[in-house]
Design a protein around this ligand. Sequence first.
Ligand code: NAP
Length: 315
Amino acid sequence: MEYKNLGGSGLRVSVVGLGCNNFGRRCDQEATSAVVNKALEVGVTLFDTADVYGPRGLSEEYLGVALKDKRREAIIATKFMGPMGDGPLWSGGSRRYIFDAVDASLKRLDTDYIDLYQIHFPDVNTPIAETMRALDDVVRSGKVRYIGCSNFTGWQVVEAQWVARSGHLSEFVSAQNQYNLLDRRIERELVPAANGYGLGVLPYFPLASGFLTGKYKQGETPPEGTRLAAGGGMADRVLNEGNFETLQKLESFADSAGHTMLDLAIGWLASQPHVSSVISGATKPEQVEQNVAAGAWVLNAEEMAKVNEITQRPS
Ligand SMILES: NC(=O)c1ccc[n+]([C@@H]2O[C@H](COP(=O)([O-])OP(=O)(O)OC[C@H]3O[C@@H](n4cnc5c(N)ncnc54)[C@H](OP(=O)(O)O)[C@@H]3O)[C@@H](O)[C@H]2O)c1
């Protein structure tokens, strides 16, 4: 396993991390512990969850149990901002809410510090200066080690970092956004902002919910028990003709280079200098093992150019 600094911070994270949004939903406690144990065994250190996963806290609870005697081996990243109850006092980026939310996450995770505390989405109803000040306070209190953002645009990152810098407050060290071989939109604005202001990128949906493993076949019913077999909005967005066409080109390129589609999906992200950790989700221990192995493919310039050609990006 390779380890990289998380943005401009001194925190070193495994280049393949573990997304935890299946925990409490598709994985019960036993399945969660099996996946987490395997992840630790193969060198994963970064575990990404959120208060809203599970739903409403269950992912944090299951992760806390799974990491109980191994807390020092893990870097726990969680998030606040999404609704944890009904009404205006149970979500957001206000000072009042952040102080409550951090304590609630610590309790569910059964730990006394969070390594990386991320704002899940921008809060248009709260001045960013209030959010950054409150985050700085939870860092200074010792409850949180580092802070990050998620689903921010480039200008929102720049605004937040300037507010933090000019007020001598803790700055974001990471930006978590949707990023994979089918969706490279963040390269236009967010990635340059992250590079300029010391944030490492944590790509979410790195496998496009499993589509980029190649396990879904055009014209065939999704394999039983898989995420996209359940249907719904995600399946509608991902399982379309254009994506299958791109997938087929990517698969034959990976094959010609002696690799699998999974190697390409994870290896391509891990090879990007701006990506700190590929936080792919998993429902089974063997998936974690495969994902970690996939992260070992470091694409050379020629291979990167070929991917750009297939995904229609200039090299
Ligand atoms: N900040 C945000 O707004 C946001 C939004 C979404 C996600 N996230 C974070 O990003 C993480 C990653 O995203 P994600 O888990 O939703 O999507 P993902 O990593 O793109 O896909 C995960 C799914 O891919 C399948 N998979 C994984 N490894 C596999 C393998 N080796 N072979 C075959 N199938 C494999 C599993 O599907 P099956 O279920 O079919 O086994 C798994 O549930 C999340 O867990 C969460 O921590 C953040």
